[in-house]
Design a binder for this molecule. Structure first.
Ligand code: SF4
Length: 353
C-alpha cells in the first residue's frame, strides 16, 4: 500500500524535533511504500502528494498542531479524493469527534499495533469492527491495551525522514508516568504503569542513531530517572560501546541524586530538564504535582553544582498573585532564575570525566 505520513508543523519553538510517533509507525509499516512529509522542517508539497498518490494518509497531531493537521487532511483529500485519511496522536486520541470532522478514521492511543491491523483490513477490504483503538464516525471500538514489551516494537524507521534537517535526534526509553499532574496528558495517553525498554535495546538504537551521524540525542521519557538502576546500566553500555554522544533528558526533582547525576554525566549527559511549574506549595498542591518546593530547590542546586549551570527557567502554571511570586522568588530567583518557560534546564556537562 502507498502510505503518506504527515507531521504538521508545530507553531512554537522546538518544532524541529524528530517526530518519534511517526517514526515508530514507519518502523512497523516498513514493508509498504512510504513517503514522509515532516512539515515542521520542510514545506508541504501538493505536487509530491499528487505524484505519490497515496492510498492511505496518516496525520499525527498535538493540540498546537491540530489546526494544521486538519488543513492537510482537507488538502490531501482534494488532491487524492479516493485516499483514506487517518488521524492519530494526542489530540485526535482525546478529541476524536473533532478529528473525525476532517478524516475517515481516528487511531486512538499507541498506534503501532493498531495501524498494522488497520492497514491489513483496508488492504483486504474487511471490516474495521473489532480493531481496538479505531474510531470512525459510526464505530467506536474499545481502547487498545498498552504494548507490554516495548523491546518488541521495531525501532523508528529514521532513514525515510529528512535527517539533515534535525540537529538533535530523539529517542524514548520508556512509556508512561506514575504521576497525574493536573495539566499533563502523559499518564492518560501512555498509562499509569511505566513500561521500560531494556538498556540493551535502548543502546542498540542509540548505536543506530550514532551511525546515522547524530551526536546530539534527546531522551523524551516523561521521567527518565524513575528507575535509576536501569539508567545506570544504560550509561554503562553507552560508555562500554564508546558512543561519543551528548544527550539530554527530562525528569522530576524527586528522582535525582548526586550518584545518578554523576553516572549520567560520565556517560555524556549534558542537560537535565527538571519540571518545576511553581515554588508555591499551594499551587503545587492544586495541580497535583506531588512534590515539595524544597525538594526542587535541592535538586536544582545539585545539578548546578555538577556543571556550569547558567540559568534556571521555570514556568508559573497557575496565577500570578503575590503569594506565587513570593514563593517563586524564595526558591528560584536566588538560584539565578532567568525567565518564565517550562523547565529548569541545567547544563551539567562541566568537564567530561
Ligand atoms: S510527572 Fe511529568 S510526565 Fe508525569 S504527569 Fe507530571 S508533568 Fe506529566
Amino acid at each position: 500500500m502507498r502510505i503518506l505520513l504527515i507531521n504538521p508543523e508545530f507553531p512554537y519553538r522546538g518544532g524541529d524535533k524528530f517526530p518519534l510517533g511517526l517514526g515508530y509507525l514507519a518502523g512497523v509499516l516498513k514493508e509498504h511504500e512510504l513517503m514522509v512529509m515532516d512539515c515542521s522542517v520542510a514545506d508541504f508539497s501538493e505536487k509530491e502528494v499528487r505524484r505519490f498518490s497515496p492510498e492511505l494518509v496518516c496525520i499525527t497531531s498535538t493540540t498546537p498542531s491540530f489546526r494544521k493537521a486538519c488543513e492537510y487532511a482537507v488538502t490531501v483529500r482534494n488532491i487524492v479524493p479516493d485516499c483514506t485519511v487517518v488521524m492519530g496522536g494526542v489530540h485526535a486520541t482525546f478529541r476524536p469527534h473533532e478529528a473525525l470532522n476532517y478524516c475517515d478514521i481516528v487511531v486512538r492511543g499507541e498506534g503501532e499495533v493498531t495501524i498494522v491491523e488497520l492497514v491489513e483490513a483496508l488492504e483486504k477490504g474487511t471490516t474495521l469492527k473489532g480493531i481496538k483503538g479505531v474510531w470512525t464516525k459510526d464505530m467506536k471500538n474499545p481502547d487498545r491495551e498498552p504494548i507490554r514489551d516495548l523491546d518488541s516494537i521495531p525501532f523508528p524507521f529514521r532513514e525515510i525522514f529528512p535527517l539533515e534537517k534535525y540537529r538533535i535526534m530523539s529517542i524514548v526509553s520508556s512509556r508512561g508516568c506514575p504521576y497525574s499532574c493536573a495539566y499533563c496528558c502523559a499518564t492518560r495517553f501512555w498509562g499509569h504503569r511505566v513500561r521500560f525498554r531494556s538498556p540493551e535495546n535502548v543502546v542498540s538504537e542509540l548505536r543506530e542513531i550514532y551511525e546515522l551521524g547524530f551526536k546530539l540525542v534527546k531522551f523524551h521519557d516523561s521521567t527518565f530517572t524513575l528507575n535509576q538502576e536501569r539508567v545506570k546500566r544504560i550509561c554503562e553500555l553507552i560508555r562500554s560501546e564508546d558512543l561519543d554522544i551528548s544527550w539530554s533528558c527530562e525528569t522530576r526533582a524527586d528522582h535525582l541524586n548526586r550518584e545518578i547525576l554523576e553516572v549520567m554525566k560520565k556517560a555524556g549527559c549534558r542537560l537535565i530538564c527538571i519540571g518545576v511549574d511553581s515554588a508555591c506549595e499551594n499551587v503545587l498542591k492544586r495541580i497535583n504535582r506531588r512534590i515539595e518546593p524544597g525538594v526542587m530547590e535541592k535538586a536544582i542546586k545539585l545539578a548546578k553544582s555538577l556543571g556550569r549551570g547558567k540559568g534556571l527557567r521555570y514556568f508559573r502554571s497557575t496565577g500570578r498573585n503575590e503569594k506565587v511570586r513570593e514563593g517563586d522568588a524564595g526558591v528560584f530567583e536566588k538560584n539565578e532564575a532567568r525567565s518564565d518557560t517550562a523547565f529548569a534546564c541545567y547544563d551539567i556537562s562541566g568537564h567530561r570525566t
